[in-house]
Design a protein around this ligand. Structure first.
Ligand code: ADP
Ligand code: MG
Length: 248
């Protein structure tokens, strides 16, 4: 009898890995608390985020709307760890980003976040497949495996036949599809998309947005989507309006 020895008992109750004690009730994928952020401009301080609180649950699609200059892009940068807030806490899947340095934030970001920007930011000298594989290569994945993972994602975004092309040979819609594939390739929990179809004509924009939302819904990812299009915002689970650096 008594298969459990003293050693097992001494280990105490099991605790889920990566969860600090007292935080087990946290289920938000992204949690911004009391975020303030400002830019320094010619010796002056320009406050851009003024006490922003946002929670995004896993699988939730949140749209952010608001006038140009209200702080939407800055909010996404802080949420994804591209910038550190002056004040406040950024939590990403339970990890506190706001106390990490730039290197720690970069590691957490590559593990959990896919960014999609309005300007596609593909590397002109790399093929489409290499561009999509880049986040994996930066994480140290061997080239053949990284490309092998990139190809099915390219097919998913409708670019299966463009893998060996250079970005200069693609249309705007195709470039953004490639950028979306790059955002998805490392299987993030959270997609941060900043007016992702703002540079596309309206027909192409609709197609690319449909594809992006379908991929995000299918994989049950959380997404924060900045858009000025009310029809797109209406497809989100929740719409937040930014006014002068605050959520209205
Ligand atoms: P939005 O995306 O809603 O248009 P942004 O977050 O891009 O707003 O910008 C908010 C404000 O911060 C604007 O007044 C903008 O000019 C200013 N701003 C943005 N980026 C910088 C920067 N790198 N340096 C200085 N000011 C900036
Ligand atoms: Mg912006």
């Amino acid at each position: 009898m008594g298969g459990l020895g003293m050693g097992a008992l001494a280990m105490g109750p099991r605790r889920k890995p990566l969860e600090a004690p007292g935080h087990s009730r946290q289920t938000a994928m992204l949690e911004l608390q009391g975020i303030r952020h400002s830019y320094q401009l010619g010796g002056r301080t320009l406050p851009v985020l003024r006490r922003v609180d946002v929670r995004v649950q896993s699988g939730e699609l949140v749209a952010i709307v608001g006038r140009s200059g209200s702080g939407k892009s800055t909010l996404l940068h802080v949420a994804g760890g591209l910038a550190a807030p002056d004040e406040g806490e950024v939590r990403l899947g339970g990890e506190v980003l706001s106390t990490m340095g730039p290197r720690g934030r970069a590691v957490a970001r590559r593990k959990r976040v896919g960014f999609v920007f309005q300007a596609f930011h593909l590397m002109p000298g790399l093929t489409v497949a290499e561009n999509v594989a880049l986040p994996l290569l930066l994480d140290g994945e061997p080239r053949s495996r990284a490309i092998g993972r990139a190809l099915p994602v390219l097919r998913d975004v409708g670019l299966g036949d463009r893998a060996q092309h250079l970005p200069g040979e693609l249309s705007g819609g195709e470039l953004q599809r490639a950028a979306i594939a790059r955002a998805l390739v490392a299987e993030p929990d959270l997609v941060l998309a900043d007016e992702p179809t703002g540079n596309l004509d309206s027909v192409t924009a609709d197609e690319v947005m449909d594809m992006l939302i379908a991929r995000v819904r299918e994989a049950a990812l959380a997404m924060v989507l900045v858009t000025h299009d009310p029809l797109i915002a209406a497809r989100a689970d929740r719409v937040l309006t930014m006014v002068d650096g605050m959520i209205a």
